[in-house]
Design a protein around this ligand. Sequence first.
Ligand code: KG4
Ligand code: ZN
Length: 507
Amino acid sequence: MNAHLRDMREGDVGAVAALEAISFRDPWSAGAFREELAAPRRAYLVAEEATELVGYVGIMLVDDDAHLMNLAVRPDRRGEGLGRSLAGEAMARASAMGATRMTLEVRPSNASAIALYESLGMISVGERPGYYADTGEAALIMWGDLPAAGGAVRLGTDDAPYTELILAIETSCDETAAAVMRGGRELLADVVASQIDFHARFGGVVPEIASRKHTEAIVGVVDEALALAGEALGYDAPLPFAALDAIAVTHGPGLVGALVVGLAYAKGLAMATGLPLVGVNHLEGHIFANVLADPEVGPPLVALVVSGGHTSLVHMPEWGVYRTLGETLDDATGEAFDKVAKVLGLGYPGGPILSRLAEEGDPAAIEFPRAMMRSGDYAFSLSGLKTAVINHIRHEQQAGREIHVPDLAASFQQAIIDVQVAKAVRAVEETGATSFCLAGGVAANPALRRALTGAMERLGVHVSVPPLHLCTDNAAMIAAAAHYRYLRGERLGLDAEPITSLRLDTE
Ligand code: KG4
Ligand code: ZN
């Protein structure tokens, strides 16, 4: 069996109604399904083999309950476990949408359906007399508790993996990026147009120019992603919008003029196509670069997010639940690298240049301060270190001594690493996390990767560092994070505005 599950779309309604007509004595019409698809608090899923619809299921949320509206499998595909996959997926989805119990009614004469629901933990709780108009039969009412979602969403079943297609867009800083992802893990296209070379001449990102460049690039980048996805799926044309299940977009944090381009474009697409819009936090995206690359990464986890704009330790006790343990009080880690490189006249971005030089230097050559090392919390401060390094440079220059740049770079970098490793280790110990991951642009730093990997392995914790191409901003990581939000039924309104300091914390 090669069926896969995905959300029911407008275009499926004809086939669904046809299957409904041969499955039930009092079938719903195509119009009824169309109305259901437009109604709030519903989830309708279909099972598809190649391009043929072979089954469907629908649920409606009523208070804390999810009511199973209908489930059917094409007669020639019965007995292969598809009904079980559909019902199981509906339960997982219901639980992800916040329901705690599933209810349904079934004909008492339908022994195979009753056996299926019993095998999923549902029990008979009563009868509704005279429910079926055609036979006057009573309906058997069944219900069962749903497993606590805890944000965890099962990704389909082994027999029928969940394979929604998401187009994700990222424009929070200086990369215009689009990706197409199937089922949260299978990357069909990953396009990044970087503006770094353009901004380098100014020693950093110029926000107005970033905004303008995103505007120029976004259409081409999205088109290229759809073309590559079409190719990956063996089509001889780009993936049509109609084949997508959702549009995902970074809605913060980031530069307002940069975020607004991706968000406006994504909202426009969602409006024109009727596809749901899913908003993703950029930092969550960086964490999901690890989930994408390493299937063993999962909650409870601690992530160190270090980028040009952020330095935070984040606890994710369950999928989609975030608690910031501590963050920088002043400069971000990448920013400190960039500023020190600038003073040394090394170019932008400074992180990769300094870290390359540091590999040749002695990390113990110069004693720089380890700020907040013993502060007893998870806060960081980098501006003191930056000032100490700059003072050291000036002092040496005034004394007429030549600066040994590799030693300086290695010593500066080591001061950062010592504090970050110590705090990361304590965060893992105190939270009891079983996974640790490094995230953000600075995750490309080889010495930081080595130090954290070693420390976490000594703790016996699963440790993950993203592959280099997923460290810097990209849309693949946004798509990976969007998968979970999509399955939880989280949607961004078409009136959403960019949030430049969007918090990651869920409560
Ligand atoms: O995540 P990112 O691409 O953009 C933001 O969201 O900020 O991170 C960019 C930052 C820059 O400050 C860059 O200097 C830094 O990541 N970076 C590095 C390294 N590679 C990039 N910092 C230290 N060592 C590196 N190897
Ligand atoms: Zn970033």
